[in-house]
Write a protein of this length. Structure first.
Length: 386
């Protein structure tokens, strides 16, 4: 991967905007559908931002990521006011990446222009599919025509556009999935995220599947669709740089890559996570997953905070590195283990199963291995005495 600067010098910023028009049947994210709370939420967000950034005076921010929920649902002026609060305390790197996650139904021409005027540099569009039938099955609120229109308008305005696609929807065939991929490619977007529809606990979709009302393609069919995406996108010059993410050179998601590389990031808003590296210490924290509690006390939003032990740092490094095409240095892995022979034997076995490969002293997962990245990582964790 091109961007290999020192991770310790970077600070990223995530802002969780917890509003959606409706909850999609498969979604378990933290969000609410009461739009009347937007105004109060943003007052709380400004407070939290001012309070926490007062400790980071002078820091330069490498990327800002508005996630959700649906950040494109809120007025641009609310985001503008957030930047005003933000810029009183910290500055933006000259080449900062500012990404907003957006749903097609929110992206009117005026909205796209407003986001560009605000300084947004990258749009990540939750298209999920360009096919009318699949959009209906997924219960999405936009049409296939809208998805095409906003993707091409966003491309004309930003050039740096990502689309999310889901595979494994009810009744989806490999042929339909290929058609979806070809339409996405025809839009010329330089970044595509591919997600396999997962049955998250306590979602409407999980209940429908359990009752036998909905049947999804099985794991094997999903794996075949995923492999097809890898093959088609790589043939078109996309680098498969993370389990679910494909990018043309130079268009990686800087914020997401920062998280996987364990660079520091500050998360604002309910349920947002933070990770800070300083002086050899690594601290993970999370804000409260309740909008009511968040708005009542934005100064006190943190509900969990933990300094990682050395062992936890090693485990995270193994897990996150193996999600990336940049992989893990064999020397690092050996350094983490007491017995080199045991871990080398595991590496040999995983290579034999077609899950790992090694080149120039770096271990990476294969295309097949990407599907099992977490399981592969588990096998490579050091065994510790209780
Ligand atoms: S729009 Fe996105 S965040 Fe909102 S409910 Fe649907 S999948 Fe979840």
């Amino acid at each position: 991967m091109a961007d290999q600067e020192d991770s310790m010098t970077k600070l990223h910023c995530y802002v969780h905007i917890p509003f959606c028009r409706e909850r999609c049947s498969y979604c378990d994210f933290f969000l609410v559908t009461k739009q009347e709370l937007q105004y109060r939420f943003f007052r709380a967000l400004y407070e939290e931002t001012a309070e926490r950034f007062s400790a980071y005076g002078g820091s330069a921010i490498h990327s800002v990521h508005f996630g959700g929920g649906t950040p494109s649902l809120v007025p641009v002026s609310y985001l503008e006011d957030w930047f005003e609060t933000f810029s009183r305390h910290v500055s933006l790197n000259n080449d900062v990446e500012i990404t907003i996650e957006a749903n097609p139904e929110d992206l009117s021409t005026e909205k796209i222009q407003g986001l560009a005027a605000l300084g947004v540099t990258r749009i990540s569009i939750g298209v999920q599919s360009f096919l009318p039938e699949k959009l209906r099955t997924l219960g999405r609120l936009h049409t296939a025509e809208e998805a095409l229109r906003v993707t091409s308008e966003a491309m004309a305005m930003f050039g740096n556009v990502s689309v999310d696609l889901i595979c494994g929807a009810e009744g989806e065939t490999l042929e339909a999935w290929e058609r979806d991929l070809h339409i996405a490619l025809s839009c010329g977007v330089p970044h595509i995220s591919v997600y396999m529809l997962a049955l998250e606990k306590r979602t409407r979709l999980e209940r429908l599947v359990k009752r036998g009302i909905v049947t999804l393609p099985n794991e094997h069919a999903q794996a075949v669709m995923y492999a097809k995406a890898c093959e088609l996108l790589e043939a078109q010059g996309f680098e498969h740089y993370e389990v679910s993410n494909f990018s043309k050179p130079g268009f990686f998601s800087r914020y997401n890559l920062g998280c996987w590389r364990r660079e520091s990031y500050l998360g604002f808003g309910p349920s947002a996570h933070s990770f800070l590296v300083s002086g050899g210490h690594e601290v993970r924290s999370a804000n409260v997953s309740s909008l009511v509690r968040y708005m009542a006390s934005p100064h006190n939003a943190q509900e969990y905070c933990e300094m990682l032990s050395e062992e936890e740092q090693i485990d995270e490094k193994i897990f996150l590195s193996l999600r990336l095409s940049s992989g893990l240095e064999l020397d690092d892995l050996l350094h983490f283990h007491e017995s080199n022979s045991a871990v080398l034997e595991t590496v040999r076995r995983l290579k034999g199963q077609g899950l790992l490969k090694m080149r120039d002293g770096v271990i990476t997962v294969t295309r097949k291995g990407f599907l099992f990245a977490d399981k592969v990582a588990e096998e490579l964790l050091p065994v510790r005495k209780q």
